[in-house]
Structures are given as structure tokens and as C-alpha cells.
Design a protein around this ligand. Structure first.
Ligand SMILES: C[S@@+](CC[C@H](N)C(=O)[O-])C[C@H]1O[C@@H](n2cnc3c(N)ncnc32)[C@H](O)[C@@H]1O
Length: 127
């Protein structure tokens, strides 16, 4: 599933994942869903379990997104967060939370140029 809020960018996931790429004959369209709108709304009713979250919207929403979806992630689920090092101020609270035991995640920063947060949902408090 891909969610995009900004009308200007809503064609991008369609180009990647829409019928032109997946094609009915490839049989992939059944596995891809594109939702247009604010992720905090469009993902509210999403059924779990969630195995992988690419948390790559605006940095100031990253924490709200992960808190919304974490209850539907089972142990072993992965969260990838782009541009953590590019926007250290914006991601400070997010990374502090993701590294804290209360989050229920084990988190490290992968040493790619822009800094990629890599979190695994672990069992225990917060999980
Ligand atoms: C840094 S871009 C990354 C887009 C995509 N993951 C990529 O790598 O090309 C962030 C995108 O998140 C979208 N976005 C920001 N806030 C959002 C929200 N609340 N709900 C859905 N999409 C949002 C923006 O419009 C923008 O297109």
C-alpha cells in the first residue's frame, strides 16, 4: 500500500505501481493499493498485521505515523525511515522515541548518506 497526500505527487505512485506498470496480465495489481489523502486518516482503519513500513512522508509526521501503525505490527516487523541524517532536528524526537524501550522497537541508523533509520518491532513493553 502506498499513501500520498499532495495532489501534485499523487501521479508518482500511480506511475510506479499503477496499471501501466503492474498490468492485469502480470497479476500484481491485486497486491498493490494506492490511497490518496492524509496517511494519518487513510491508514487509521488499515487492517493488520503490517510487516514493513517505509516511513518516508514529511519528517514531522513520522512519529505520529509510527504510533498509529505500531499496534498493528507484530514482532519482527520493520520500519525504514529515510533522511534521518538530512533532517536531524526534525527527526530528533522520532529517533529518541524509536530508540527508547517504551516504543517497542529496536532501532539503529544505517550509514547511508542521508541516514536511514532501521527499526525492528520487538516483543516487550510498548509492543
Ligand atoms: C520525501 S517524499 C518521499 C516520497 C516517496 N517515498 C519517494 O521516495 O519518492 C514525502 C512525500 O510524503 C508526502 N506526504 C507528506 N505528508 C503526508 C501525509 N500526511 N499523508 C500522506 N502523504 C504525505 C508528500 O506529499 C511527499 O510526496
Amino acid at each position: 500500500m502506498c499513501v500520498e497526500a499532495t495532489a501534485r505527487n499523487q501521479g508518482i505512485p500511480k506511475a510506479y505501481w499503477g496499471p501501466r506498470c503492474t498490468g492485469e496480465e502480470a497479476g500484481l495489481s491485486a497486491f498493490v493499493e494506492i490511497r490518496e489523502g492524509d496517511a494519518l486518516e487513510t491508514l487509521r482503519e488499515l487492517d493488520g498485521p503490517i510487516d514493513l513500513l517505509l516511513n518516508d512522508g514529511f519528517p514531522m509526521l513520522a512519529l505520529d505515523i509510527v504510533k498509529l501503525l505500531a499496534p498493528r505490527m507484530r514482532p519482527g516487523a520493520v520500519v525504514i525511515t529515510d533522511n534521518v541524517r538530512t533532517f536531524p532536528g526534525n527527526y530528533a524526537d522520532y529517533m529518541a522515541y524509536m530508540r527508547s524501550p517504551e516504543s517497542g522497537f529496536c532501532t539503529t541508523l544505517l550509514p547511508y548518506k542521508s541516514g536511514t533509520g532501521f527499526s525492528v518491532r520487538c516483543a516487550g513493553e510498548g509492543a
